[in-house]
Design a protein around this ligand. Structure first.
Ligand code: 5RP
Length: 227
């Protein structure tokens, strides 16, 4: 188990470093959340003077960027200076052959989706365990305004899923997360749209509209570029 985890971390480290190639000088970039994104942030520190700044997808990411002396910018402020962030770099919980993703294992899905939407390209950094035929093996997170929890849980049951409230967790936006287990997602875009149409849903963890442009997948043989 520990050996597998070490191997997985090595693969994450490889893709985190490979993602530096997608960071263009004199631009503002978007940075994701999670253990792979953290490795990317640590690697980015070496080229912090080359970029204008970074927009963070979570408070945790903002703190880590700042800890390295990287200028953290508010998205609204950034978009007064540039039309779009040059690239968004983040991990994922799953990706399929269409580069649709599920995200939100760390609960930062809403801000992640916003920053991805504000970026010219999304470079997704994952180890090979994240590759799936159909999304949905990883429980699908939904960020929900607290008073709509039961309503959204009932809607998830109607879809054949099993909703589980993420215990002792509040998002950076002050909301709850419902993780939906047991969904086999064959129409990622349709389900993303359907879930987002339920009143009280802030967003869900399917990234089909904001899918990856490039996936850098860590394997025991090195980084595989899927574009
Ligand atoms: C956080 C996310 C992460 O990108 C996802 O959970 C993958 O995390 P890790 O890099 O730790 O495997 O969506 O909300």
């Amino acid at each position: 188990m520990i050996r597998n985890e070490t191997k997985q971390n090595e693969m994450k480290q490889q893709v985190a470093e490979a993602a530096l190639e997608y960071v263009k000088a004199d631009t503002i970039i978007g940075v994701g959340t999670g253990s792979t994104a953290n490795m990317f942030i640590d690697a980015l520190a070496a080229m912090k003077d080359e970029i204008l700044g970074a927009v963070a997808s979570s408070e945790a990411t903002a703190a880590r960027l700042s800890g390295h002396g990287i200028d953290v910018m508010d998205l609204n402020e950034a978009l007064t200076q540039v039309d779009a962030l040059s690239v968004y770099i983040d991990g994922a919980d799953e990706f399929d052959a269409g580069k649709n993703l599920t995200k939100g294992g760390g609960g930062a899905l809403t801000r992640e989706k916003i920053v991805a939407a504000a970026s010219d390209a999304f470079v997704c950094i994952v180890d090979e365990s994240k590759q799936v035929e159909h999304l949905g093996t990883f429980p699908l997170p939904i960020e929900v305004i607290p008073m709509a929890g039961a309503l959204v849980a009932n809607a998830a049951r109607e879809l054949g899923g099993e909703p589980v409230l993420r215990e002792d967790f509040v998002t950076d936006n002050g909301n709850i997360i419902i993780d939906v287990h047991g969904l086999k997602i064959t129409d990622a875009r349709g389900l993303e749209d359907h879930l987002n149409s339920i009143p009280g849903v802030v967003t869900n963890g399917i990234f089909s509209h904001q899918g990856a442009d490039v996936v850098l997948m860590g394997t025991p043989k090195g980084v595989k570029v899927i574009d």
